[in-house]
Design a protein. Structure first.
Length: 224
């Protein structure tokens, strides 16, 4: 092999190495832009400049994509909460789950709060809390949690803290699509403190997560 052939091989090896470096740079920039696809919109042109034996070469990458904020490439945290109420006197249920009920002093009411992870990432340490209005009194030991681990068929899990109307209760961690139900009971006061006629009160359930909180309400109309 003569000197010219040796020089030619060395030259070809240098070109190959530079092409590899150029591809690595292009891959890194492409990856960064893809990661930000849910943030930036419009077209983007990236120029990569490499030195090749004293000459300047450019690699033109044209991204002709209009990225929308609805891109599914990014993980999204979201959830929903709903609340219902029913009258449950002496274990005799009057009607089904509703958003508004008419009750009388001394009635027992069941409240049901449902949390659902509607996002694409897991939510940990979900807290359910109830904001109790006047004229309703929480019944100790009445809170039950129902989820995949503690289904309704097994009676659910009794919450022993009785903190749902105070700091709330931690109902655990939930993967995308998973849900939980929290049921508890209250008494409508019958101590003469209620005004005569109809009194409409609002009961509020609240779900708190690392990604924010949401509320849902029901109406109770007390008639005497």
């Amino acid at each position: 092999m003569d000197k010219n052939e040796v020089k030619k091989q060395e030259h070809d090896m240098r070109i190959a190495k530079m092409n590899i470096r150029g591809m690595i740079i292009a891959a890194v920039i492409t990856g960064i832009f893809a990661f930000g696809a849910g943030i930036f919109t419009g077209n983007m042109t990236v120029y990569i400049e490499t030195v090749n034996y004293g000459t300047m070469n450019s690699l033109d990458i044209d991204y002709n994509n209009d990225f929308s904020e609805n891109s599914t490439s990014l993980a999204q945290a979201n959830f929903s909460i709903s609340k219902n109420v029913r009258i449950n006197n002496d274990r005799k249920r009057i009607g089904g789950w509703l958003e508004t009920v008419k009750a009388q002093p001394g009635d027992t009411l069941d409240f049901l709060i449902e949390y659902t992870n509607t996002g694409t990432i897991q939510q940990n340490n979900v807290v359910i809390k109830d904001i109790m209005p006047d004229y309703l009194v929480y019944i100790e030991g009445s809170t039950f949690i129902y989820n995949a681990t503690n289904p309704t068929s097994t009676g659910g899990l009794r919450d022993v803290t009785d903190k749902i109307t105070e700091i709330g209760i931690n109902i655990g961690n939930y993967a995308p699509g998973a849900n939980a139900l929290v049921k508890f009971s209250v008494h409508v006061v019958d101590n003469g403190s209620l005004p005569f006629g109809e009194v409409e009160i609002t009961n509020t359930g609240r779900a708190e997560t690392d990604n924010g909180s949401k509320e849902a309400t029901v109406e109770v109309i007390i008639v005497q």
